[in-house]
Design a protein around this ligand. Structure first.
Ligand SMILES: *Cc1c(COP(=O)(O)O)cnc(C)c1O
Length: 460
């Protein structure tokens, strides 16, 4: 069988690493809806966004037509420090499950930030440097994005100001120290250092913060400090573009052995890893060249695709950012304390939202106890300690493999293993001690949140 030739890990050479990112929007008939100015409800153009984002990143954000963007040489050489990442054939997991399915995972946890986020962090930092800026600001919740951006800025010699949600700042001191090691300044949010932070503190003394609030602070600092811009780790079109390196490498590795996947699975928070993983495959499907099943996996506690509304909404809770059309639970929705911090976002990438709306992608929500069961099973047989976020994809990959066991089908399943879980051991501890609970929002709670969606533009 051809199978026997497939190694446990398929590595590409550095030369085989993609030379361009792929922009799936170029092949979409229905383009993702544009960002709108919340005041005028008019689409935001290049000039409208210049105060907040770097010029080249705005060009990438707004470009729905160019299929390939060359990856600058300096970014490629940074990528070489941790890429190409391996595509692993999960032989041990297949054996454990006794499934005829063939399971592969693309492992993006092989760098100090512990996740795929470095793929976009280095790109965004590079364009900021190219523009001659002094530094960038951002927010971080669980800490993966802040860590990745700190690494990228440390490498390029850019200043990096991270606003970290206060409860994470206190609960995850080690993440904070990693960021400081790379030279970033880390401020617990809400803070006294911004007008919006002071306002929030005056209204809610003792608050432990939220991602939305940290975004508002980071944007304020970027727009009021000369030589600074704001950068974001997910959701935006530009981030999905950078993350296409994951899918391009996956496809190149599979092509080497003539393997064609049936099902491609990824966890979805803001949608960047999933969007990046599926992009080249989705492009084939959109061009009518192939057919795949794509599955987005989200937590049952924060089910944007499976239970959200497809509507224009704010990207942040402070309501300072543009409106984006996406599957959303409402910008005021506060998900329960799920341990997959990276999946606790109320909205979803506009690109993935449009593809899902048009029927190109499926979505599934899973409860966190079943996610940790899958994580533990995976860790024991494959060795890697998976991030809770990534384990959502593991859960559904196992479920699909077990269906194959029932039907006897030899399907090929590919999933994205976005990161490692070394900073999530409190969550693992709760799971092991039997203290983990599944909190699922009621329909009434979601309706209450939908009722607060902003007025929708007439034309849509
Ligand atoms: C941030 C994060 C995610 C979710 O973000 P997406 O933009 O949806 O990819 C998933 N896994 C890990 C390890 C993360 O750090």
């Amino acid at each position: 069988m051809a199978n026997e030739k497939i190694p446990y890990k398929i590595y590409l050479t550095e030369e085989e690493m993609p030379k361009s990112w792929y922009n799936v929007r170029a092949d979409m008939k229905n383009k993702p809806a544009p960002l709108l100015n919340p005041g005028t409800l008019q689409p935001m153009g290049f000039e409208d966004l210049r105060g907040v984002f770097c010029d080249e990143l705005i060009r990438q954000e707004l470009d729905n037509d160019t299929a390939y963007f060359p990856i600058p040489e300096e970014i490629r050489s940074f990528y070489k420090m941790y890429r190409p990442s391996p595509l692993v054939r999960a032989y041990c997991l297949e054996e454990k499950l006794q499934t005829p399915a063939k399971i592969y995972y693309k492992f993006e946890g092989n760098n100090t930030s512990g996740s795929h986020k470095l793929n976009s962090a280095i790109a965004q930092a590079y364009y900021a440097k190219e523009q001659g800026l002094k530094g960038v600001t951002t927010e971080t919740g669980a800490g993966q994005w802040g860590t990745a951006l700190s690494m990228a800025c440390g490498y390029l010699g850019l200043d990096c100001k991270v606003y970290m949600v206060k409860c994470s700042y206190e609960q995850k001191p080690f993440r904070r120290e990693v960021m400081r090691t790379y030279g970033a300044s880390v401020t617990p949010s809400p803070s006294e250092s911004t007008a919006v932070g002071r306002k929030i503190l005056a209204e809610h003394p003792g608050t432990t913060g939220s991602l939305g609030c940290a975004i508002s602070e980071a944007v304020e600092v970027a727009t009021t400090t000369p030589g600074y811009r704001y950068v974001l780790g997910s959701v935006l079109n530009q981030v999905l573009l950078h993350q296409s390196v994951i899918g391009l490498e996956t496809k190149a590795a599979l092509d080497k052995y003539g393997v064609v996947p049936d099902i491609i699975i990824g966890c979805a928070g803001g949608g960047s890893n999933l969007g990046g993983l599926i992009s080249p495959f989705m492009g084939q499907e959109l061009r009518g060249e192939a057919k795949y099943r794509f599955i987005a996996v989200e937590p049952a506690s924060c089910p944007s695709l499976t239970r959200g509304r497809y509507a224009y909404d704010f990207c942040d809770t402070g309501m300072v950012c543009p409106l984006a059309k996406m599957y959303t639970l409402g910008s005021n929705f506060i998900p329960s304390a799920n341990h997959a911090g990276g999946l606790r976002y109320h909205g979803m990438s506009s690109i993935l939202s449009q593809l899902y709306h048009d029927g190109y992608m499926e979505a599934r929500s899973v409860e966190q106890t079943s996610v940790f069961e899958a994580a533990e099973l995976f860790a024991r047989v494959e060795g890697i300690l998976p991030a809770p976020e990534s384990s959502h994809a593991i859960r559904v990959a196992i479920d699909e493999a077990m269906k194959c066991k029932e039907t006897g089908e030899e399907k090929t399943i590919v999933f994205g293993l976005t990161g490692t879980g070394y900073f999530d051991l409190v969550a693992y501890q709760k799971f092991h001690d039997g203290e983990m609970v599944d909190v699922i929002p009621t329909d009434a709670e979601l309706e209450e949140s939908f009722a607060q969606l902003p007025p929708q533009p007439e034309t849509l």
